[in-house]
Write a protein that binds this ligand. Sequence first.
Ligand SMILES: [Zn+2]
Length: 428
Amino acid sequence: MVEEQRYWDTETETMSRDKLLEYQWSKLLPQLRYAYNNAPYYRRSFEEAGVKIDDIKKVEDYYERVPFLSKTQIIENQRTNPPFGDLLAVKPEDLSRIYIAPGPLVLSFTKGEYDVLTAMIAKVFYMCGVQGRDIVNVTTGYHWVIAGTVIDEAFRKIGCAVMPGGPGMSKMHIEMMKLVKVTVLMGFTMFVLQLAETAKEMGIDPSEELSLRLLVVAGDVRTENTKGKLEKTFGAEVREAYGTADLGLIAAECPEGGGMHLYEEILVEVIDPKTGKQVPFGEGGEIVASDIVRKAMPIIRYRTGDITEGLNLEPCPCGRSTPRLKRILGRNSDIAKVKGMFINPSEIESVIKRHPELGRFQIIVDRPKLLDELAIKIEFNKTVDKEKMEGFLVNELKEVIRLKSNVVLVEEGTIPQDAGVLDDRRKV
Ligand SMILES: [Zn+2]
């Protein structure tokens, strides 16, 4: 890749909006057929919705008739038919990467699509302003989940030198970024804010003593002034990126801002989460996406549960033609995202059910300062050694949800009957 080049792939990035829609549809229709013919799940879901694949002839048919896919449906499908469910469209021996998203949800990729996926992410990071001479610290998780390794691979495709820092160990991040003169930091917003705090505690001014010139931040609900705060603290430009644990990254900012450009390879629509109908162009709602390149486990009309302010359809001065995704406002489901991880109440329930002396429970998510806190209130109905049981449950739950929670045992009847299983107290 020549660094001076303005676009990663001029042809796809700068085609006219009409051409772009044509291009996406020319890829999506064969992808729908591929999913229908190779993943039994899709054939069944189409049949249950009374839709035949031949009924889908134009993009309007897709929007009106193709059934949605939800995270819960994937989890249930894989639970019934482990490990891949019948969403798998290739033979298991053709797989090259397997990731575990919280749920648990098994995400699989062939080598071919993994290469395509990482090239797509490379294109997006290049758009953010990352260059081949950059030294990058990737702070997203490398274990189990999709984020770390694909992001790492994408930066290396641009030609960067990558330091696989991963999450946690904030102090070491600051020390190593200073030592190695890291120029680009990639991470979840909350962790990057945490790094700013850590640097402050260490008496280090990141804008003076680190060599960062660019931050690519993803995930987590953020307030509008977060970006400005990060820019000032680190003395670096900040680009936001958006992705999900199942789809990977699907949008990111170019230097012009005004929202995050969508990928050409992912068809995004915005729906009213209550009615499931598309909202008028530009209006806010839930993000629904179809990936047009996935082979092992096609993802068609996936309801992300994330609520956006809408799509910015104005032409962007950078010359790229995809619409820009405006701010992500929060989650629309009972699956809370805590510290970048999804917390599925049924996973927590499965642990609690192992203990007959435990009863109803409630998940409380809060963000008293910068970091998310997860508390689980559980009713007990027999005499238990409270402290011992709480300690035991913290460990047992951590095995399943991969996050440390604060377990509080309360007497039976303490949790109000009308209380929801999830109480998310975080302010958007
Ligand atoms: Zn742009």
